[in-house]
Design a protein around this ligand. Structure first.
Ligand SMILES: NC(=O)c1ccc[n+]([C@@H]2O[C@H](COP(=O)([O-])OP(=O)(O)OC[C@H]3O[C@@H](n4cnc5c(N)ncnc54)[C@H](OP(=O)(O)O)[C@@H]3O)[C@@H](O)[C@H]2O)c1
Length: 285
């Protein structure tokens, strides 16, 4: 039996898709989340559930035991990665994890203040094997952060003007992660994972309109209007400002890069925005 693969953030977007992918391949997979009770209802008993919290050293031993390869996610709410993630990464390596597949951010090499850059640096300095998955914006943001406004008000309210985004489906990211965790030849690689097309939010709204059969409008608010709305919705100020900054970069044309890494690695086209909307349509009805 091959060694167990550990997936952190297993109840999240990408971790969840990855656990499904590995389980479908019949791999021995251990799914980690701060609340392990949530794991069995999602994945069933074939997947080993473990309580894992980056900030709780008492959870490390059970998570890392017998693991050689792990999927590493930086939970969005963790900003101070030196304090809140590095101890777990060190403990994983000390426990025998040899290869880390890390969910990173496209363009991370140019934005050295983001936490993902500091994690990439740390792993590189440690001398462990790494595969960095530097991803574009997730299509699934439309089904999570933007779900309620699309479902309840038939609108998209993000401040990006006509800036384009090369959205990627997290199922494609998970498929690449599964490859890197189960096949040789991916150590030392950084993959830049995007969809096959870059769309602006007017085009996304048009696709939602076509597939859902009702008019969805892109509002194109100012950055200030966006932040005020997020604060009224209860977002912490720091979170509202960080997302406004990310959307500012999109407005400036920094999110439209398209690569063919997904096609090259998976031997098929990435999931299209239309396909994604068709697959998730029930969520906006
Ligand atoms: N959204 C995008 O467009 C995009 C694009 C590129 C890169 N990224 C990066 O992708 C990462 C987020 O991935 P995602 O969307 O899959 O995450 P997600 O859906 O927000 O899920 C986060 C996961 O981490 C778990 N978690 C929370 N706090 C934890 C802790 N202290 N210790 C251990 N686990 C903890 C969560 O558990 P619970 O479910 O119990 O809370 C959940 O399983 C971020 O680093 C983000 O910057 C995002």
């Amino acid at each position: 039996m091959s060694p167990v693969i550990f997936v952190s953030g297993a109840t999240g977007n990408v971790g969840g898709a990855l656990v499904h992918e590995l389980a479908a391949q019949g791999r021995a997979v251990r799914a980690g989340s701060p609340d392990p009770e949530r794991i069995e209802p999602i994945f069933g008993r074939a997947v080993e559930a473990v309580g894992f919290d980056f900030t709780d050293p008492a959870t490390y031993a059970a998570a890392f035991e017998g693991v050689e390869r792990m999927f590493l996610v930086r939970p969005p709410q963790i900003g101070n990665v030196e304090r809140d993630m590095f101890p777990a990464i060190d403990a994983a390596a000390a426990a025998g994890v040899k290869h880390f597949v890390f969910l990173s951010l496209i363009g991370v090499e140019q934005v050295k203040r983001v936490p993902h850059y500091r994690i990439e640096q740390r792993l590189t300095e440690m001398g462990v094997q790494t595969t960095f998955l530097r991803c574009s914006f997730f299509m699934q943001n439309l089904a999570t952060a933007l779900r309620a406004e699309i479902r309840d008000r038939s609108e998209i309210y993000v401040p990006v003007g006509r800036g384009k985004t090369s959205f990627i489906d997290v199922r494609d990211i998970a498929a690449v992660a599964a490859l890197a965790l189960t096949k040789d030849g991916h150590a030392g690689q950084a993959y830049h994972l995007t969809g096959a097309e870059a769309l602006d939010y007017y085009e996304v709204a048009d696709l939602l309109t076509e597939v859902l059969g009702r008019r969805v409008v892109y509002r194109n608010p100012s950055a200030l209007g966006y932040v005020l709305r997020r604060l009224r919705a209860g977002d912490p100020p720091a979170f509202a400002l960080v997302t406004a900054w990310l959307y500012h970069n999109t407005r400036e044309g920094m999110a439209d890069i398209i690569t063919n890494d997904v096609q090259r690695l998976l031997g098929r086209e990435p999931v299209s925005m239309r396909q994604f909307i068709e697959d998730y349509a029930a969520l906006w009805k």
